[in-house]
Design a binder for this molecule. Sequence first.
Ligand SMILES: NC(=O)c1ccc[n+]([C@@H]2O[C@H](COP(=O)([O-])OP(=O)(O)OC[C@H]3O[C@@H](n4cnc5c(N)ncnc54)[C@H](O)[C@@H]3O)[C@@H](O)[C@H]2O)c1
Length: 409
Amino acid sequence: MAGVQAVRKGWGAPVGSLTQLGTVRLGKRTDNNTPAIKDFVPLAGLDDLVFGGWDIFEDNAYAAAKNANVLKPELLDKVKPFLKKIKPMPAVFDQNYVKLISGPNVKTAGTLMDKAEALIADIAEFKKANKCDRLVMIWCGSTESFTKPTATHQTLASFEKGLRKNSKDIAPSQIYAYAALRSGVPFANGAPNLTHDIPALLDLARDRGLPVCGKDFKTGQTYMKTLLAPGIKARMLGMNGWFSTNILGNRDGEVLEDPGSFKSKEETKLSVLDQILQPKLYPDLYGDLYHAVRINYYPPRGDDKEGWDAIDIFGWLGYPMQIKIDFLCRDSILAAPLVLDLVLFLDLAHRAGMKGIQEWLSFYFKAPMTAPGLYPEHDIFIQLMKLKNTLRWMKGEELITHLGLEYYD
Ligand SMILES: NC(=O)c1ccc[n+]([C@@H]2O[C@H](COP(=O)([O-])OP(=O)(O)OC[C@H]3O[C@@H](n4cnc5c(N)ncnc54)[C@H](O)[C@@H]3O)[C@@H](O)[C@H]2O)c1
């Protein structure tokens, strides 16, 4: 929110945002026709955006930003009047799903269905008060405990019965997703929790003509992984080990100290390599891969995360080699442009009549949601091609295959 305001005022540049800085080539390479994405498709402009949200803490957005200590004080002071006005609405929270934090700003009355209705009322009130034409909701809340779909999640009827009966199978993020979809609002999940990746909510999204996507923003170590692993595989180099470890000291790191929340994260982080390297297709190269991911909470670093990777690969005749990565990154600085892009693209998809899972937005996620039975595409360059081709397709432009034979006729 602070970043969008800074960009609007000219105090900063939207670095890392494809919607704000990216281009899309149209036609042949010789045509020299490469418009900016935001000129090519009718995205909402930054000046038209307003923000709202829920949190279990009462801090307004300025107090929260000050506490998070990501932005420099000079910038924070400038955005203070804007951020101070954004106050979180009382949250729907359940400590069984996020064990290590608790806060006072929560809805307590009634059943889970009553809480869902209260969220629906919050959404309607926000829309009215801010005179919005359209809304998008994105889950940027804490990582909830790892869960698998149960019978409650299978149909909309069983889910709604679960809401009325206070089923323990329903996580808070699922109640927000349900409220968004019931309100006609597209929904994305930036965290690794199950949330709307269940038949009940996917059916609801399709029935209401709403686009959805998830899970878990691809920002730091997994982003590096999906840059490097496809390149190693492209050259048919082998791999027998990839050890990833992180230190981070923000509230996300604190929540991930709980084994249940960490398990959600571990699942999305581990799935990536297997799907990129395809060990079943290449057992000699990747059949014995040892892949481990660790996250350690280390308060002195705050939001400045450090991610190490030790990668053991082998080449011609099986000779071993090593690669080391030490990525000194900033968690929220990497995540913010992704949140903005997803909101703008989901709004576009909604207006374009696209509904259900938006695979073309896989580019943004560690564990992209896909249709049942379909494996996700993790290679970031394939994801980018898919995204840009979807924009071309939306506008009736020719898709780019990169075959290139036409230049040599
Ligand atoms: N680079 C990144 O920042 C990044 C990358 C990938 C995924 N994620 C995921 O995004 C999520 C948010 O990360 P963060 O660093 O902003 O964490 P954070 O702890 O700074 O913010 C999460 C906020 O959610 C609030 N919250 C928790 N449960 C809630 C509920 N039920 N309703 C309303 N508010 C609730 C917490 O009070 C907290 O203020 C995490 O799941 C994280 O794993 C972040």
